[in-house]
Design a protein around this ligand. Structure first.
Ligand code: 2P0
Length: 329
C-alpha cells in the first residue's frame, strides 16, 4: 500500500478566487493556469496497519497537528474512497529554490493525491486525479497537467475538475520570472482571504460579472499563441483579484512596497517595447510572463532593481508523474 508521485506547481493566469462550496471545494469561477518546471513536490505515502496515527514529514521535518491538518484531512477522504481505516505515513519534499517563500499547496496536494491513488489502487486517469487533488487544494486540480490547464468549476464533486488546454508549448517558448518580495509566512492565508472576500467585499460582484470575458479572451489567446492577448488578460485579471481584497471587511492587501516596485519595472519595460506582463497570487511575489526571446533583456533590467537571489526563472512544466513500483530491499 505504497504510492509515489511528483507534481509541478502552477500559476493561475485567470485566478481561482472564491468558493461556492467550502467542503467539496467547488469554486465560484473557472480558472486557467500554466504549470511550471522550477518548483515541484515529490511525495510518498504508505498506508500501514502498524501505524496508530497519521504522520506527515515535510522536507525531513515531522509536522504537528496544525501544519499537517490539510494532509490528514485529505488522507481521511482517500480512506473513505478506498473503504479502509488504515493510518498512513506521508513523506514529502518540496523542491523550491532557497528563499523563494512560495506556496506549494498546488504541487503538494497534487502529488499527495497521485501518491494516494497509486497506494490505494484508486482510479488514476487525469479527471479522477484532478478531482482528488481539488479536495486537497483547489489550485492542485490544475497541476495534473503540463502547460496550460483550465479548472472547470462544475456544480458538484463529479464535474468540478481541470482539463488540459495546451500541453505542448514547444512551438511557443514562454518563460515566467519570479521576483521574490518576501519569504515570510503570510498573515492571511489564501483560503481565509478568498472566503472573507466572497463574504464581505463590495467589489466581489464586479469580479464575478467580468470573469467570463477574461476566460474567453484567455482561451483565445492560448489557442492562437497570442502573447499580447494572454498577457493583457492575465494582468487585468490579477489587478481585479487584488482590488477585491481592498473592499473586504476588514480590508487587507497582499502587496508590499517591493511588489509595486516589481509591477513598475514590468510596466516600464513594456513602455520601452519589451512585451512582458505580471501576475500576483495571495502573496507579495510578482511573476512576470515573457516570451523566451525576451528573457535575457528582461533579466538585465530586473537585476538593476532586484538582487540575483530574488529572481527565479521558470519554464513551462510537465504534468503529474506517478510511480507505481518500489524496490523493497
Ligand atoms: C489560484 N490562488 O488560482 C489562486 C489565485 C491564490 C490566488 O489557488 O483553499 O491554496 O486550498 O483551495 O488553492 C490559492 O489557494 O486554496 C490559490 P484552497 P489554494 O492559484
Amino acid at each position: 500500500m505504497e504510492g509515489q508521485a511528483r507534481a509541478y506547481t502552477n500559476i493561475a493566469l485567470i485566478k481561482y478566487w472564491g468558493k461556492k462550496d467550502q467542503v467539496l471545494m467547488i469554486p465560484q469561477n473557472n480558472s486557467i493556469s500554466l504549470t511550471l518546471d522550477a518548483f515541484y513536490s515529490e511525495t510518498r505515502v504508505t498506508f500501514d496497519s502498524h501505524l496508530t496515527t497519521d504522520q506527515f514529514i515535510l522536507n525531513d521535518v515531522l509536522q504537528d497537528e496544525k501544519h499537517g491538518k490539510k494532509v490528514f484531512q485529505f488522507l481521511d477522504l482517500m480512506r473513505q474512497h478506498a473503504g479502509i481505516t488504515t493510518k498512513a505515513q506521508v513523506i514529502s519534499e518540496n523542491h523550491v529554490p532557497t528563499a523563494a517563500g512560495l506556496a506549494s499547496s498546488a504541487s503538494g496536494m497534487a502529488a499527495l493525491a497521485g501518491a494516494c491513488a497509486v497506494a490505494l489502487d484508486l482510479p488514476q486517469d487525469a479527471v479522477s486525479l484532478s478531482r482528488f487533488a481539488r479536495r486537497g487544494s483547489g489550485s492542485a486540480s490544475r497541476s495534473i497537467y503540463g502547460g496550460f490547464a483550465e479548472w472547470q468549476k462544475g456544480t458538484d464533486d463529479t464535474n468540478s475538475y481541470a482539463v488540459s488546454l495546451k500541453e505542448d508549448l514547444s512551438a511557443w517558448p514562454l518563460a515566467m520570472v519570479f521576483l521574490l518580495v518576501d519569504s515570510q509566512e503570510k498573515k492571511i492565508s489564501s483560503r481565509d482571504g478568498m472566503q472573507r472576500t466572497v463574504d464581505t467585499s463590495v467589489f466581489y460582484p464586479g469580479w464575478l460579472a467580468t470573469i467570463e470575458k477574461d476566460l474567453t479572451d484567455m482561451r483565445q489567446g492560448i489557442a492562437t499563441n497570442d502573447f499580447e492577448l494572454v498577457g493583457q488578460t492575465m494582468e487585468r485579471n490579477t489587478m481585479k483579484m487584488h482590488a477585491t481584497v481592498l473592499g473586504a471587511v476588514p480590508p487587507f492587501t497582499y502587496w508590499q512596497p517591493d511588489s509595486l516596485k516589481a509591477m513598475q519595472l514590468v510596466q516600464e519595460q513594456r513602455a520601452q517595447g519589451l512585451p512582458c506582463y505580471f501576475t500576483m497570487d495571495a502573496g507579495p511575489n510578482v511573476k512576470v510572463l515573457l516570451q523566451q526571446e525576451n528573457l535575457k533583456a528582461f533579466l538585465g533590467a530586473a537585476r538593476k532593481t532586484f538582487p540575483e537571489d530574488k529572481i527565479v526563472v521558470a519554464f513551462p512544466g510537465k504534468g503529474i508523474q506517478l510511480v507505481k513500483e518500489f524496490n523493497h530491499d
